[in-house]
Structure formats: structure tokens, C-alpha cells
Design a binder for this molecule. Structure first.
Ligand code: UDP
Length: 396
């Protein structure tokens, strides 16, 4: 029930959402992405779509299908756009076009407003019959590998507008209007709501973590952009000075074929240290994620590239000091020295992690500031309102 948010965001904010939604009642909105679970986009859609429905807007969420070859291609596009890498499987553009066509023919895309999330389904625009189409980009496209960007830009330019997560991702070579909408978390979800300390402890014990000793954690897919090896290095540096444990919590995503390989690399880097827990949880392990974040002394998100990094807001909301990579959307969330620290290297991360482990009062001060920063800026109700605004503007 959307009313439940009022105690967090206040009546006025909630009223403004109802007012904007009023204009969209009865209209149809479609969201399309490439995975039902695993990763931030699925996380957001699983919360946003029910809220839009509750507001009386006929909202659907569809997922494109593809074979392993297609997802290898789209992962390579992802790495090209966000990490500037130029390694593409043979025939990538052909394979991409083929699956756009398959999905374009199979899916009913006739809605008043269509939000296409990320590059994987971007080519569906070719199959538009009606409605306003908006490309919602969740990744950092500020420094792409040019041939892939040029290929996708042909599709993207056909959209009525584009949404990016941070002003630093804005592009001069797009003529479409670009809106900035940072992502958000649902404070009432199982992943983020308050849970009793006893539950946190029970889950930590279950995974062989000792709540009596400091815990550093990172919750992330096993993806090189999340720098799991940097996290291990950070832990090993801290371990020289403190009796710390590390929990790296990941889960597979059906559109990320590299997870398995990166997991194995991480296991190798961890060696036989019993205080390192590398966990591959099933998708939707929300209560467990909640407990890991809450039970941590310090939360890390040491990404090298990051569209936003929902995990940062998730941890800040739980009053945790967060150490994050100084990249992409993370600096929107971490204010250096106020609610956490922005770092570029494992050495810097280790320095701040050790400091935070030793300074409980600083952790608490940061925790309070972090929760308030998220309450004001990164809750699902704010993102919902922004989407409704963009849909309203698109419809004119
Ligand atoms: N997540 C999860 N289980 C895991 C790893 C991640 O539920 O084992 C969630 C995490 O809590 C967050 C989302 O997946 O809600 C990841 O979003 P983020 O923006 O941090 O990164 P992305 O995976 O989209 O690059």
C-alpha cells in the first residue's frame, strides 16, 4: 500500500504523487528489460511496477528473451559502453539485430508509454506502432567504445527521450531530450525494512560469520566492474591490523554470463582464508541481503565502473558507513567524509575501513547522515514521481 510510505516521506510528497498520477489514470505503460531477477534494474522494476498499478495506471513489465549467444553479445556491449572495452563476439551486431526482431515480433508493444531499460532491448524501437518511447539507461555511457555506441545510437535517436542516472552521463551527441533520474530503493521491502537484531545474528551464524567480530561486506554480482579482487585485497590489508571477516555476497543474473568465471577468479584470490565468505546466493535472497548489510561493520561497493550502485543506498539506509569506488553514480550517494568515503584503490579502501572499524562514533555519525541522505533523495517514491513526470511530459 502506497500510503505506508507517508510516515517516511510525509503526506505532502505522497499527495504530489497522487496528483501527477491522476493525469495518467487509465493509460497503459510498459517496461521492458532483459532479466526478471539479479541486478538493480530488476530490483527497481519489481517495486515500481506494482506502485504504478496501485495508482490506477495499467502497467506491464515484459522481459525479452535470448539465447546464451545473445547475452554474451549484450554483456560485451555493456562492457563496451561502461568500461570502454572493444572485445566483441564475432557477428555481434547481426546477433543483436536477430534477437530484437524475434522479440519485436513476439511481444505486444502497443502501449501509450513504453520504457525500454538499458541496451539489451533498445532495438525494439524499430517495432513501435504507437505510443511514446523512452530509453531508460542505467549504466555509465560517458566513455563508451565508439563502434558499439555508434551502433546503438542509431536506435536510441529514434526514442522520444532518454533517461540517465546522473548528469555526468549526459551525451552531447544525442538530440533527444535527456532527463536525469537517479535510481532508488524501496524502504519497505524485505531487503530494506528494519528487522530484529536476532534475525540478523541468526543469518550471520547460518553463513558461519561471527557477529562478535568486525565484518566487511560487499553485496554485488560477480562482475569485474564491481572489483571483487580489489575487495579481497582491501580485506587482506585490513586483516593485518584487525581481526576482521569478509562477506562477498553475490547471486547470478540470467543476462550476465560472466558471473561464473569471475566467481572462480575471486575464489582463487581468496585462497584458504576461513574468514572470507564468498557466497553465491539464489536470486531474491532479500532477507539474507538485508541481514548481511545490517550486520556489517563497514559496507563496501568498490566498483571501478558503476551506473548507480543500489547497494550503496541500501546500506546507507541501514545506517552503515559505506566505502565506495569514486565512479559513476556512487558519488551521488556517498558524500566523502559525511556518510562514507570515496576511494580509488584497495589501499585507500583499507585505510578508511580500518579507521571506521576502530571509530564507532564516526560510524554512527555517518550512519545517521547516510539514512537522511537516502530518505531525501533515493527512495522509490521519488523515482516513481519522476517517472510519472517524464511520462506526462512525453504525452504532452
Ligand atoms: N543483489 C542481490 N543479491 C546478490 C547481489 C545483489 O539481491 O547476491 C541486489 C542488490 O541488493 C541490489 C541489486 O541486486 O538491489 C544490484 O544493484 P546495483 O545497482 O548495486 O548493481 P547492478 O547489479 O545493477 O550492476
Amino acid at each position: 500500500m502506497i500510503e505506508r510510505f507517508s510516515e517516511i516521506i510525509g503526506e505532502n510528497e505522497l499527495d504530489s504523487i497522487f496528483k501527477i498520477a491522476e493525469k495518467l489514470k487509465g493509460l497503459s505503460i510498459l517496461h521492458v528489460n532483459s532479466t526478471p531477477a539479479g541486478g538493480g534494474v530488476a530490483e527497481i522494476l519489481s517495486k515500481l511496477v506494482p506502485l504504478m498499478r496501485e495508482l490506477g495506471i495499467n502497467t506491464d513489465w515484459k522481459i525479452i528473451r535470448g539465447d546464451p549467444e545473445f547475452f554474451k553479445v549484450t554483456k560485451s556491449f555493456h562492457n563496451s559502453l561502461q568500461n570502454g572495452l572493444g572485445e566483441l563476439p564475432q557477428g555481434s551486431f547481426e546477433i543483436y539485430r536477430k534477437w530484437q526482431e524475434i522479440n519485436g515480433n513476439e511481444l505486444d508493444l502497443d502501449y501509450d508509454v513504453v520504457f525500454i531499460h538499458d541496451p539489451q532491448p533498445a532495438g525494439l524501437i524499430t517495432f513501435r506502432k504507437k505510443g511514446k518511447w523512452i530509453w531508460r539507461c542505467h549504466i555509465d555511457i560517458s566513455n563508451p567504445y565508439q563502434p558499439v555506441w555508434n551502433f546503438l545510437r542509431e536506435y536510441i535517436q529514434k526514442y522520444d527521450s532518454v533517461i540517465i542516472s546522473s548528469a555526468v552521463f549526459a551525451r552531447d551527441d544525442l538530440k533527444n531530450p535527456q532527463f536525469i533520474i537517479p535510481p532508488s530503493i524501496d524502504p519497505l521491502s524485505i531487503k530494506n525494512r528494519d528487522i530484529p537484531e536476532i534475525t540478523v545474528k541468526r543469518i550471520l551464524y547460518k553463513f558461519d560469520l561471527d557477529p562478535g567480530r568486525p565484518i566487511i561486506s560487499q553485496v554485488s554480482r560477480f562482475d569485474r566492474a564491481k572489483d571483487p579482487l580489489g575487495v579481497i585485497r582491501t580485506y587482506k590489508l585490513v586483516k593485518k591490523h584487525a581481526d576482521v571477516q569478509l562477506a562477498y555476497v553475490g547471486s547470478p543474473a540470467s543476462d550476465d554470463p560472466e558471473g561464473e568465471i569471475v566467481y572462480r577468479e575471486t575464489v582463487q584470490a581468496a585462497g584458504d582464508d576461513k574468514d572470507i565468505k564468498l557466497l553465491m546466493l539464489p536470486p531474491n535472497s532479500d532477507l539474507e541481503i538485508n541481514a548481511f548489510q545490517r550486520g556489517s561493520t563497514v559496507v563496501m561497493q568498490k566498483s571501478i565502473r558503476e551506473g548507480f550502485g543500489l547497494t550503496v543506498s541500501e546500506a546507507l539506509w541501514k545506517k552503515k558507513a559505506v566505502i565506495g569506488g569514486n565512479t559513476g553514480g556512487i558519488p551521488l550517494q556517498i558524500i566523502h567524509g559525511v556518510n562514507g568515503y570515496l576511494v580509488n584503490t584497495p589501499e585507500e579502501a583499507a585505510h578508511y575501513a580500518l579507521y571506521l572499524i576502530r571509530q564507532k562514533d564516526i560510524r554512527e555519525k555517518f550512519g545517521k547522515a547516510g539514512r537522511e541522505h537516502v530518505r531525501r533523495n533515493f527512495l522509490i517514491t521519488r523515482e516513481l514521481r519522476d517517472y510519472l513526470m517524464v511520462a506526462t511530459l512525453a504525452l504532452g
